[in-house]
Ligand binder design. Structure first.
Ligand code: FDA
Length: 505
């Protein structure tokens, strides 16, 4: 296998390698730092000492196979990175000797309009996917996240929620096939990996099972014109009452209508702190259809035609991401750094099944006003999300969920004290939400990764079940069984990777 990693790689690559330094970047090579930092979103992990021995930037599937084979031989863990958006940095840091397989050069998107599907390499971003769909068709879209710089590799394998989910489900619900390098270094597709593994990588986090090279996606029908709006309300303008009403109606809206409240505290010039709610929305149709629909389903919001902007679906991606300023070109979707406001951040998540009363909302506002708690984003469920069974994919948060909450705290100044203050703020808000969210277990969304839910320390199944049931409920047991079958030596592992049931330490 070669006495060092590089020679192992050269020998095991099925493709002849002329210049190894273009593909295997060792720590002393000038290409190493720019690649390492290129897609790190969370600056909390930018200065970590937990750096990889090598970064591999595969140009061919065979390079991924060689990376897996040689990591095994050299006792190195593998971290796979597509877009680098993992909230806890699991795609690029580890406290054990490891390599990163960074799929930055593996991002071709091939759209087949006639058959309504697309093959997308895992290193492509959502922005690249959305742009390329729009480039060939005004009548197709894909239901996935709202941030264009996310990588399809991590995002789809963890679920993938966005503005189209009430009509079409998650990104993971719209995967038709996948190509993966498994724990034996073999390239498999849906047929050869089998339905259990294919099930697991659509919401269970592919990092526990292999390296996804490509997804085959089902494109969904989109009208040529959609409508977007953002209505902003403060406490004094009835935000609390509107949010209370929102919880009773949002999951029952027409599937064409998606409204997500973004709740935060505004610091006014006179020193007062006011809760503000931005109701941000996408409607799959024109304004003349939206206004009567809103009058019927959520008249309290008082939506007027002048609040609304008609645009194409691909433009709505930019509207949701950056407000789609006049004159902006959709070409920015191809920019992997577009609107990336790199900072330090922490996220957590919850699912809500019972509306929170106005009184309780007022109590929550006090907690938000007292500390640095950040923003809450409430993503409405219902529609298609409620029609898919809990066990259809590993993502179990389906019928009965009114909305998902993402807690998100961002800050710009470095330093441990500052970090502690901000973490304390988000933790207090999360704590105060306990009575109002799902229980036994208190559930969470894998893509909003939160290591506070638990980590693998001794590597046992029972330890992994603690955090695993929060993300996956009963599906955790099936994920563990699949893990035992496809990766019995537990080669693909991280702080929150699936552990097989027979592993008890
Ligand atoms: P990254 O490369 O960091 O990978 C994340 C995880 O997947 C890691 O465990 C990694 O090892 C693994 N992985 C990556 N590529 C893989 C591959 N090819 N094969 C196997 N494993 C692989 N979510 C959402 O649902 N809707 C949204 O709108 C948003 N919005 C959003 C905005 C911002 C600013 C951030 C930072 C995050 C989000 N997210 C989100 C969360 C996002 O979906 C989540 O972080 C994804 O895992 C990111 O996927 P990346 O490939 O970018 O991350």
């Amino acid at each position: 296998f070669g006495n060092n990693f590089e020679s192992c790689f050269t020998i095991n690559s099925p493709i002849h390698i002329t210049n190894i330094t273009k593909i295997v970047h060792n720590i002393s090579h000038p290409s190493y730092p720019p690649i390492l930092y290129s897609s790190i979103q969370n600056l909390r992990f930018n200065s970590t000492n937990l750096k990889p021995h090598f970064i591999i930037t595969p140009e061919h599937p065979g390079h991924v196979q060689a990376a897996v084979t040689c990591s095994k031989c050299h006792d190195l863990q593998v971290r796979v990175r597509s877009g680098g958006h993992d909230y806890e940095g699991l795609s690029y840091k580890a406290n054990t000797p490891f390599i990163i397989i960074d799929l930055i050069n593996h991002r071709e998107v091939r759209i087949d309009v006639e058959n309504g599907n697309a093959w997308v390499q895992a290193g492509a971003t959502l922005g690249e996917l959305y742009y390329k769909i729009a480039n060939v068709s005004k009548n197709h879209g894909f239901p996935a996240g709202t941030c264009p710089t996310i990588g399809v590799g991590g995002h789809i394998s963890g679920g993938g929620q966005g503005t189209l989910m009430r009509k079409f489900g998650l990104a993971a619900d719209n995967v038709l096939d996948a190509i993966l390098v498994n724990a034996y270094g073999e390239i498999v597709d849906r047929e050869s990996m089998g339905e259990d593994l294919f099930w697991a990588i659509r919401g269970g986090g592919a990092a526990s099972f292999g390296v996804v090279l490509q997804w085959k996606l089902n494109l969904v029908p989109i009208p040529p014109q959609v409508t977007a709006f953002t209505v902003m309300k403060t406490q004094n303008q009835g935000a609390t009452q509107l949010l209370h009403r929102f919880q009773q109606v949002a999951d029952k809206f027409s599937e064409d209508l998606f409204i997500r409240p973004m709740i935060f505290v505004r610091n006014d010039a006179n020193g007062t702190k006011t809760v503000q709610v931005n109701f941000q929305s996408l409607f799959l149709g024109t304004v003349d259809k939206l206004i009567p629909l809103m009058e019927q389903s959520f008249p309290e919001l008082g939506l007027k035609p002048q609040d609304c902007r008609e645009m194409s679906w691909v433009e709505s991606i930019l509207y949701i991401d950056d407000g789609f300023p006049k004159g902006e070109s959709i070409e920015v979707l191809l920019d992997r750094n577009h609107n990336v406001n790199k900072g330090f951040f922490k996220a957590k998540s919850d699912f809500v099944t019972e509306p929170i009363s106005e009184n309780d909302l007022e109590t929550i506002w006090k907690v938000m006003q007292d500390g640095e708690s950040g923003i809450m984003i409430w993503e409405p469920y219902g529609g298609k999300m409620g029609e898919i069974s809990e066990s259809e994919t590993p993502f179990p948060h389906r019928a009965g969920v009114l909305f998902n909450i993402q807690y998100f705290k961002r800050w710009q100044e470095p330093g441990n004290e500052t970090e502690a203050e901000h973490l304390n703020g988000i933790n207090k808000l999360y704590e105060s939400m306990t009575p109002f969210v799902s229980k036994n277990p208190r559930t969470a969304y894998l893509n909003y990764r939160d290591l506070d839910l638990g980590k693998n320390k001794n590597g046992s199944f029972s330890e992994a079940k603690v955090w695993g049931e929060k993300y996956f409920k009963n599906n955790f047991n099936r994920l563990a069984k699949v893990k035992g079958e496809v990766d019995p030596e537990n080669f693909f592992k991280n702080e929150q990777s699936i552990v097989a049931p027979n592993v008890s330490v």
